[in-house]
Design a protein around this ligand. Structure first.
Ligand code: SF4
Length: 285
């Protein structure tokens, strides 16, 4: 399918100017290079997760914060599929944080694209787990604004064992496409954090705010995507400079790659007629 054919027939309800549009473009570019029959997109709930509604192909819009457990189930049922999980900062770093951490340390062969707009957009502007300190929102009023230290998505992914960690910016579609495609090509848990302005409910982290700060990692002296310590130090930068690009990549056995139960082939192709479940059932009756 071409990128144009990847677009479904549902009309988008995203606000005009939303950063999700750029991500939609990049995702279509990437999906167009993959076999539609062998690829599954799993999202959670939120503005970002609505991306599943606007695509063609196999898609699951799951529960809030649960894109990764559903993606895990899909991958373990048929590990020959390309599985992409997607969602927002609230979905993934709030309700889904436990799943994020454990998927990273297991190194499942899944790509995870996190739209980070630093706010809960669908519910109209509450602080999210990535909202910057001091940001005033409906539930973090002045004079203090948000008093909770924000989650740094790329840094957390690195420290929890993700084997591919990148950050990109929705205003740069070629860069996003490159990072997403590299994540999908990587064998292991690949996290791409995407800086994504919410034009309706985040008046602080705007396109202009990000443009002043994003810096390509390749321009930075300390850059070495094979050195985890350097990657952690660069991922921790969040202020006047916000690095984008591939922080780190390593080769490590994947969870689905080492399970003996999957060595004979995908579980969905197993002949269950020959499995005697009588002893198992007797344990429960
Ligand atoms: Fe985009 Fe924000 Fe509108 Fe949601 S509320 S569609 S994130 S601009």
């Amino acid at each position: 399918m071409s990128a144009r054919e990847m677009q479904g027939t549902h009309t988008s309800t995203w606000c005009m100017g939303c950063g999700n549009f750029g991500i939609f473009h990049a995702l279509k570019n990437v999906l167009a290079t993959l076999s539609a029959n062998d690829t599954v997109l799993v999202t959670g709930i939120g503005c970002s997760s609505k991306i599943a509604q606007y695509m063609n192909g196999y898609r699951v819009e799951s529960l809030h914060g649960r894109s990764l457990p559903v993606a895990t189930g899909v991958k373990l049922a048929n590990h020959h599929l390309t599985v992409i999980a997607e969602g927002g900062d609230g979905d993934g770093m709030g309700l889904g944080m436990g799943h994020f951490v454990h998927t990273a340390r297991r190194n499942l062969d899944i790509s995870y694209f996190v739209h980070n707009n630093q706010i809960y957009g669908l519910t109209k502007g509450q602080a999210s787990p990535t909202t910057d300190l001091g940001t005033v929102t409906k539930f973090t009023p002045p004079p203090l604004g948000n008093v909770e230290k924000p989650v740094n998505i790329a840094h957390t992914a690195l420290s929890m064992g993700a084997t591919f960690v990148a950050r990109t910016f929705t205003a740069n579609v070629p860069h996003m496409t490159e990072m997403m495609a590299a994540a999908v090509a990587h064998r292991g848990f690949a996290v791409v954090e995407i800086l994504q302005p919410c034009v309706s409910f985040n008046a602080v982290n705007t396109y202009a705010w990000y443009k002043q700060r994003v810096r390509d990692l390749k321009e930075m002296d300390e850059y070495d995507p094979e050195n985890q310590e350097k990657a952690l130090a660069l991922a921790a930068l969040w202020g006047d400079i916000i690095p984008i690009g591939l922080f780190y990549k390593e080769s490590r056995p994947t969870f689905d790659g080492v399970l003996p139960q999957l060595q004979a082939g995908p579980l969905v192709e197993a002949n269950l007629q020959q499995v005697d479940i009588t002893p198992l059932m007797q344990e429960f009756v």
